[in-house]
Design a protein around this ligand. Structure first.
Ligand SMILES: *[C@@H]1O[C@H](CO)[C@@H](O)[C@H](O)[C@H]1NC(C)=O
Ligand SMILES: *[C@@H]1O[C@H](CO)[C@@H](O)[C@H](O)[C@H]1NC(C)=O
Ligand SMILES: *[C@@H]1O[C@H](CO)[C@@H](O)[C@H](O)[C@H]1NC(C)=O
Length: 480
């Protein structure tokens, strides 16, 4: 009996042990399996992302002469880049758009050469390496006469040029607010993205006016008729600073002090621009911005900074701030010899905009007037883009255009400048001038890099840009 008992106990122990052994062995096997699967996936991932070498990329090798073959093999490098460009399913979290006004395809081709010395061959600009490219049609070339002041509104609201609502002469009759078209910038704000607008022009220029959803023919009070303001109308500068869009902007940097304040310091390096609107109603919208932010910070803790000098911008630890407002010149930045570089402004803006768990939309306008050195301006942009840190979550767009006529007010507009210039050259009547504008070959070039850059392809309408941004950012994850 004792023996049977012992055997039983022994058996039980052994069975227990065999169970343990089984568990251990099972675990080992499972680990091995998981490891194998992982290695498999990794290898596949690496193979997919590896740059194929010359041998992998087939072409009709035996149908080319040996003198040709050198060039075909060299060309394979570029071909590889094209083959490699991923059509990844992911969407960008952030979008940054560089709008370059005053440049067309011919300029780009010419200035790719480092100097006039053609022997050095040509080099690429940073955007020449972007994998995708679209052309945007200039809607002004579809219409006579062209409502040039509305072009930026068409571009940033995604509405065809001829459907952009006209400004009302009496603001009490202004269109139903819920029906007012919103710029993509405002749309981004409404879904909780951080937003920024940087310009080398004044912030109240036509791009700022359109992005800020302002609704006026007047950039500041100077030429506004008395009856106009009595009927409750406001100029662009005031609407921009007190409007919802302007107030929600995390970053605004540009020129335009003379539109925002009636009393501005005038120096040799930063004179008041006589050709632009100059406020005279005693306003201090800079102070109003500050006061509003102070009020806001009593309700929720926000950090904001307002600055007017390059050295202040340079030394700012911008990542600590929620809001940054920089007014760096009386008129356009080109009028201030001490204005900050595009690179610095973009760098600081991104520091403010990049916050964990929140996407952003940054729109940067580089305004190149006809009398500026285009080559130098393009190099400034090249440097700014080269300086950007590569970012897997960010779609970068560079829009080169000659088609957006810069100022909303006809009496002081760049458009008039063009017309006057054309009239000087051709001695034409208004109708012929409009006709010439109509015929201006001015399709804009849109370079794209980053997640979903592949949707920018072919020849599109101007309004495509706003639709595309709205689509790609609709997937941007934000934390409430
Ligand atoms: C753009 O910048 C890069 C990097 O500094 C430079 O190699 C390239 O030559 C520049 N392109 C042009 C056209 O100046
Ligand atoms: C504005 O338009 C919306 C929708 O079209 C309408 O529901 C609303 O009643 C209108 N408001 C006014 C004040 O007309
Ligand atoms: C900027 O501020 C952050 C957060 O307060 C800090 O971690 C960082 O070191 C600062 N950078 C500089 C250059 O002072």
């Amino acid at each position: 009996m004792v023996t049977t008992q012992r055997i039983k106990e022994f058996c039980q122990t052994v069975r227990l042990k065999s169970t343990q052994v089984f568990i251990v062995a099972g675990t080992c096997l499972l680990t091995l399996l998981v490891t194998l699967v992982c290695i498999g996936l990794m290898t596949r991932y690496e193979v997919e992302n590896e740059v194929a070498n010359v041998a992998d990329v087939d072409y009709w090798k035996d149908k080319v002469a040996s003198t040709q073959k050198i060039w075909y093999d060299k060309g394979i490098e570029e071909l590889n880049e094209a083959l490699r460009s991923p059509s990844a399913p992911n969407y960008p979290r952030n979008v940054r758009i560089f709008l370059v006004q005053g440049i067309d395809g011919a300029d780009l081709a010419a200035y790719r050469f480092p100097a006039r010395d053609l022997s050095q061959g040509n080099t690429n600009f940073a955007w020449d390496y972007f994998p995708h490219l679209a052309r945007l049609k200039n809607s002004c070339s579809q219409q006579i006469p062209c409502q040039v002041g509305s072009v930026p509104r068409a571009l940033w609201s995604g509405i065809p040029l001829d459907r952009v609502p006209r400004f009302q002469p009496d603001c009490r009759e202004s269109i139903n607010e819920t029906d007012t078209p919103l710029s993509v910038l405002r749309q981004a704000q409404l879904v909780g993205l951080r937003t920024g607008f940087v310009t080398t022009q004044r912030i109240t220029g036509s791009t700022g006016a359109a992005l800020g959803n302002t609704n006026s023919n007047y950039e500041c009070d100077e030429r506004m008729p008395l009856g106009y303001s009595k009927s409750g109308c406001q100029d662009i500068a005031r609407q921009l600073i007190s409007g919802e869009t302007g107030r929600s902007l995390n970053v605004i940097i540009g020129g335009g002090r003379q539109m925002l304040n009636s009393l501005v310091p005038k120096t040799n390096s930063d004179p008041v621009d006589e050709l632009l609107c100059d406020s005279s109603d005693g306003r201090n919208l800079l102070k109003e911005w500050r006061n509003h932010k102070l009020e806001e910070s009593k309700i929720s803790p926000i950090k904001f900074e307002f600055l007017q000098r390059t050295d202040e911008l340079e030394s700012l630890n911008a990542s600590n701030f929620d809001f940054l407002f920089g007014v760096m010149a009386n008129g356009d930045l080109s009028g201030n010899a001490k204005a900050p570089s595009l690179k610095l402004m973009v760098e600081r803006s991104l520091q403010v905009l990049k916050k964990r768990g929140q996407g952003y939309l940054l729109i940067v306008e580089q305004f190149i007037k006809s009398d500026m050195d285009k080559r130098m301006q393009l190099q400034i942009l090249n440097e700014t883009l080269v300086n950007l840190q590569p970012d897997r979550d960010t779609l970068t767009l560079v829009l080169m255009t000659n088609a957006i006529y810069p100022k909303p007010i006809l009496d002081v507009s760049e458009e008039t400048e063009t017309i006057i210039h054309l009239a000087d050259t051709f001695n034409e009547a208004e109708f012929q001038i409009q006709q010439r504008l109509h015929q201006m070959p001015s399709e804009s070039l849109l370079f794209a890099q980053g997640p979903k850059s592949s949707i920018f392809h072919g020849v599109q309408k101007e309004s495509f840009l706003a639709h595309a941004i709205s689509h790609v950012l609709s997937r941007s994850k934000t934390n409430p």
